[in-house]
Design a protein around this ligand. Structure first.
Ligand SMILES: [Zn+2]
Length: 124
């Protein structure tokens, strides 16, 4: 019973760790451009590439209250909220190498149907 009542966090722990680790800092004693403190990547609108994908995954998986808490603490910014809308920009372009649909599995013979036929034959 105890296992059932434990609330499961839908956000992967790796995502939360990445959001904590990848933070911006200014180079040149605070006068340069923003870079990631953890991987040294250039800091864009959504941070470095690792942070951007982590933020995207967070928005996919987090509950509404988790999202609100992350916004309050500054882990997620308001610009990050626009991420999930453009998650798949090329989804409308047709796949160049579209795979053929796999053929449906042959239906296995139903042993129960065979048994019923046998019983029907026996009762006659
Ligand atoms: Zn980073």
């Amino acid at each position: 019973m105890g296992l059932i009542s434990v609330p499961v966090d839908p956000v992967p722990s790796r995502t939360k760790i990445d959001l904590q680790l990848h933070r911006p800092y200014r180079t040149w004693l605070g006068f340069g451009r923003l870079r990631c403190d953890w991987c040294g990547d250039r800091w864009g609108d959504h941070g470095c590439t690792v942070r951007e994908s982590a933020a995207r995954l967070f928005l996919y998986t987090a509950t509404a209250s988790q999202r609100a808490a992350a916004l309050d603490s500054g882990e997620i910014t308001t610009t990050d909220l626009k991420l999930h809308r453009h998650a798949r920009p090329h989804s409308r372009t047709p796949a160049r190498h579209r795979r053929r649909k796999p053929r449906p599995y042959p239906t296995p013979p139903n042993p129960l149907a065979a048994l019923r036929l046998e019983l029907e034959a026996a009762t006659r």
